[in-house]
Ligand binder design. Structure first.
Ligand code: SF4
Length: 435
């Protein structure tokens, strides 16, 4: 069998695309390898959210291009968000690439691979929504299966490249999603995470409109013991119906990921986010009042163009006031083609951005520790994800997405256990097995 290696960068959506690519290539007779030097086909599955990831992608294929000189049959494929964004320009920068395939063309991969095997060089990045086929998915070994339920985004936040690289929102048909979930459960996965850039918008574009609450209910009705999560939520798209669904459905976990991005109203407006701090706060308070022990996580950007120290302070205040359980943080990175990237005069100097990011991270650490400490002494259900035999530690997650380390000498991966939480660290809890 020929061998294929995929280097995936960026978010979970890209990782999910890689699992689908492995599935399609398996069908064509390619076997997955973790050793790029032994591969007959190399795929770089790129991310364009930051300049750094884009640079890394081009530098990785630069190395592969050199390998190709001694191995002319080696096929190199450039996929993902940078492919969608740069299109034919990828070939200008890296003439040894055989195929540039955009995010919206993923399901054409088998057909295109046959063509490059016959010596063609192809760029396929048109913004034409794909027709999905019932492909096999080679999922990474884990207890959690990521299942995309929609692609793209209609929000056009001024800093974000996603609507340009992933296109407008498109929901997958419910029957395809439900079949995929059933297959993942039959394969032994114990947790299903429904994935979308804007997961609460699910169904708006479907002919027979069915929303996320409806989809969660269908999946919850599938027999068996498993958990359901969903990410990522746009703040103002979270409805009362969705909150009630999380309360009512036993398999849906008490966890929301709701990016706030900034705690300052002026900056939120400049970001084209459709809420102010007060609205975001009310959404969080409503969820916390209704769902005990819920975990709410967020995303923040430090040093957005024009951000003053005072405006940044509002972000720090918001993080603390809302007692956010964890936040992903990043310094602003201009993305070519976005609105904010044009505000060069307003760029915050690098040293100030770095300093703000460090302070944001410090706040984040304090919030995480405080959030974790709430659970000391509590008994919690933990789904075990791994066993480290050298340390005799099993590690898993609670329903509200807290990581727990438990001393134990046997592999319980994939099992639901009860643990008593004994102490809290910044990023995880420690517990003991309740037998
Ligand atoms: S909602 Fe998210 S994916 Fe959509 S444009 Fe804004 S940041 Fe990007």
């Amino acid at each position: 069998m020929k061998k294929v290696y995929i280097e995936t960068m960026g978010c979970q959506m890209n990782k999910s695309d890689a699992e689908r690519m492995y599935g399609m290539l398996d069908y064509l007779g390619y076997e997955q390898t973790e050793e790029p030097k032994k591969a007959d086909m190399l795929i770089i599955n790129t991310c364009s959210i930051r300049q750094l990831s884009e640079d890394k992608a081009y530098s990785a294929i630069g190395v592969w291009g050199k390998w190709k000189k001694n191995k002319p049959d080696l096929k190199i494929i450039f996929s993902g968000c940078v492919a969608q964004q740069d299109g034919i320009n990828v070939l200008k920068r890296a003439p040894y690439v055989d195929l540039v395939i955009g995010t919206q063309r993923l399901y054409e991969l088998p057909e295109l691979v046959k063509k490059i095997e016959n010596g063609e060089r192809i760029v396929s990045c048109d913004e034409k929504p794909f027709a999905e086929s019932s492909i096999k998915i080679n999922r990474a070994k884990s207890v959690n299966a990521w299942v995309p339920i929609m692609e793209g985004c209609n929000n056009f936040c001024t800093y974000c490249i996603v609507p340009y690289t992933r296109g407008r929102e498109r929901s997958r048909k419910p029957e395809l999603i439900i079949n995929e979930v059933k297959q993942a459960l039959a394969d032994g996965f114990k947790e299903i995470t429904l994935l979308g850039q804007n997961v609460d918008s699910y169904g708006k574009d479907l002919e027979d409109y069915q929303n996320l609450s409806w989809l969660l209910t269908q999946i919850n009705n599938i027999d068996g013991k498993f958990r359901i999560r969903f990410v990522t939520s746009y703040p103002t798209d979270i409805t009362e119906e969705l909150i009630n669904t999380v309360i009512e459905l036993d398999k849906v976990c008490e966890y929301f990921h709701i990016p706030m991005q900034s705690g300052d109203d002026y900056i939120l407006k400049k970001m084209n986010r459709r809420y102010d701090y007060k609205t975001y706060k009310e959404i969080c308070e409503n969820i916390r009042n209704k769902i005990p022990d819920v975990t709410i996580t967020s995303d923040f950007i430090a040093g957005f163009p024009g951000e003053t120290e005072e405006q940044f302070q509002n972000t720090l205040k918001a993080m603390t006031e809302l007692e956010l359980d964890y936040s992903n943080t990043a310094a602003y990175s201009p993305r070519k083609g976005t609105v904010a990237a044009k505000w060069v005069d307003l760029y915050v100097p690098e040293d100030i951005k770095t300093d703000r990011l460090a302070r944001l991270n410090e706040h984040n650490r304090e919030c995480c520790l405080k959030s974790n400490q709430k659970f000391i002494g509590r008994n919690m259900e933990v789904l075990i994800e791994k066993f480290e035999s050298d340390k005799n530690i099993i590690t898993g997650r609670t329903r509200n997405n807290k990581i727990v380390h438990i001393p134990y000498n046997r592999d319980l991966t994939g099992e639901f256990i009860e643990a008593k939480i004994t102490s809290a660290r910044t990023w995880y809890l420690r517990g003991e097995l309740v037998e």
